[in-house]
Design a protein around this ligand. Structure first.
Ligand code: PMP
Length: 356
C-alpha cells in the first residue's frame, strides 16, 4: 500500500477470483465458465470487418444491444441496463441503492464479492445465516432496513428460492431495493424478471459469462423498473460512459439471436450435472441439490482441502473456500461429459486408500 492510498480503503479486503493458472492445461472446473464455445453467430461477429470498427468509440447507450436483450426478455430498452460483466452492475447497485453508511443484507454463504462491495461503499454487511441445509428462509429478509441482495440460484450452494418466496421478500421490502442476482438462472431455475413490472424495487441481474459462454467478453445486464435503470445510467455516465467495447456489444446482440443454440447447451450441462451428482452420491458424497452449472459437494472419506489439492496435482481444478462453515465442501463446475469422467476418475484414484 502506498502512503497516498486513501485511508478510507485501509481495511478493504479485495475479492480473490478463482485461479486461472497458465502453467499447464487443466480440466478447469473452478470458475463456472461454460465448457462449450460461444454460438456460431457470436463467433461470426468477431470478424475483421467488425474489428475495424474499434477505431471508433462504441455507442455509449448500447441501444442495439439493449433492444436485443429487451426483445428476448419481453421488456423495453428503458428497462435494460448493460455493463462490463455483472460484477460491474453489482458494484453500481451497491453504490446507488444504499444510504450512506447504511446496511445491505445478504446470506452468509453467497457470492464472495458482496461483502467486498459493501466494504468498498462503506456499508454495513448484514450476513444472514442460511439454514442447516443451505437453503434461504425468505422471512429472514422481511422488513430489512437496507438493500437486500440474493443470488438465485445461490452460489456456491446451487440452492434456489421459489418465485413465491421472492415475491414475499419484495412485498415486505417495499422501501428497499431487492437485487436478485440471476447469474446461474438458465440452468433450471425460474427467473424473477416477470415480477419487474409489478415491483419497482426489484432489480434482476444477469450475465453472459455462464450460460452464454462469454466470460471473456465481460458482459452483464440488469432488468428492472425504468427509474432504477436510469439511476444506474446516471452512475455510468458519471464514471465510464463507454463501458462496453464495440465487439462485445456486437457479440452480445448475436448471442441473443442464438437462443436455441444456448438452450441446448444449458440442457446438456443440466444432464451432465445430474449424471455427475448421481456418480458422486454412489461414492458416498453429499451433493447439495443444484439448479446451477456447478455442484457443491462433500466427501465422507476425504477432507475438502485434500480433495482440492489432490485433484489439482492431477490436473483438475475445482474451488475450495477457506470458510469454517463450508470447509469440507468443494464447488465443482459442470464441464463436458468427458471432463466430468476425468474428474470422477481422479476422485476414484484419490478415494482408493483415503481415510479422513
Ligand atoms: N454473480 C454471481 C453469483 C457470480 O457467481 C458471478 C461470477 N463469479 C458474478 C455475479 C459475476 O459474473 P460476471 O462479472 O462475469 O458477469
Amino acid at each position: 500500500m502506498s502512503r497516498f492510498f486513501s485511508e478510507k480503503f485501509n481495511s478493504l479486503d479485495p475479492y480473490v477470483p478463482g485461479e486461472q493458472p497458465r502453467d499447464m492445461k487443466y480440466v478447469k472446473l473452478n470458475t463456472n465458465e461454460s465448457p462449450y464455445p460461444p454460438s456460431p453467430e457470436v463467433l461470426a461477429s468477431m470478424s475483421p470487418e467488425n474489428a475495424g470498427k474499434l477505431r471508433l468509440y462504441p455507442d455509449p447507450e448500447s441501444a442495439a444491444l439493449k433492444d436485443a436483450i429487451g426483445k428476448a426478455e419481453g421488456l423495453g430498452r428503458e428497462n435494460v441496463y448493460v455493463a462490463n460483466g455483472s460484477d460491474d452492475i453489482l458494484n453500481f447497485a451497491f453504490m446507488a441503492f444504499s444510504k450512506p453508511g447504511g446496511k445491505v443484507y445478504f446470506p452468509d454463504l453467497t457470492y464472495g464479492f458482496y461483502p467486498v462491495f459493501a466494504a468498498l461503499h462503506g456499508l454495513e454487511a448484514v450476513e444472514i445465516p442460511v439454514k442447516e441445509d443451505f437453503s434461504i428462509d425468505p422471512a429472514d429478509y422481511f422488513g430489512a432496513d437496507g438493500m437486500v441482495v440474493i443470488a438465485n440460484p445461490n452460489a456456491p450452494t446451487g440452492r434456489i428460492l421459489q418465485l413465491d418466496d421472492i415475491r414475499k421478500i419484495l412485498e415486505n421490502n417495499r422501501d428497499n431495493v431487492v437485487l436478485i442476482d440471476e447469474a446461474y438462472v438458465d440452468f433450471g431455475a425460474e427467473s424473477a424478471v416477470c415480477l419487474t413490472g409489478e415491483y419497482d424495487n426489484l432489480l434482476v441481474c444477469r450475465t453472459y459469462s455462464k450460460s452464454r459462454s462469454m466470460a471473456g467478453a465481460r458482459l452483464g445486464y440488469a432488468l428492472g423498473d425504468k427509474a432504477l435503470i436510469a439511476d444506474l445510467e446516471t452512475l455510468k455516465f458519471s464514471t465510464n460512459p463507454y463501458n462496453i467495447n464495440i465487439l462485445t456489444q456486437l457479440a452480445g446482440i448475436a448471442a441473443m439471436e442464438s437462443e436455441e443454440y444456448y438452450r441446448d447447451r444449458c440442457l446438456a450441462i443440466q444432464a451432465t450435472r445430474e449424471k455427475t451428482a448421481a456418480e458422486l452420491i454412489k461414492r458416498g458424497f453429499t451433493v447439495i441439490p443444484s439448479m446451477a452449472n456447478f455442484i457443491f459437494v462433500k466427501s465422507d472419506r476425504i477432507s475438502g482441502e485434500d480433495l482440492y489439492r489432490g485433484l489439482r496435482e492431477r490436473g483438475v481444478l475445482i474451488r475450495h473456500f477457506d470458510k469454517e462453515r463450508i470447509k469440507d465442501y468443494n464447488r465443482v463446475t459442470i464441464g463436458t461429459d468427458e471432463e466430468m469422467d476425468i474428474f470422477l476418475c481422479c476422485v476414484d484414484e484419490m478415494l482408493k486408500g483415503a481415510s479422513k
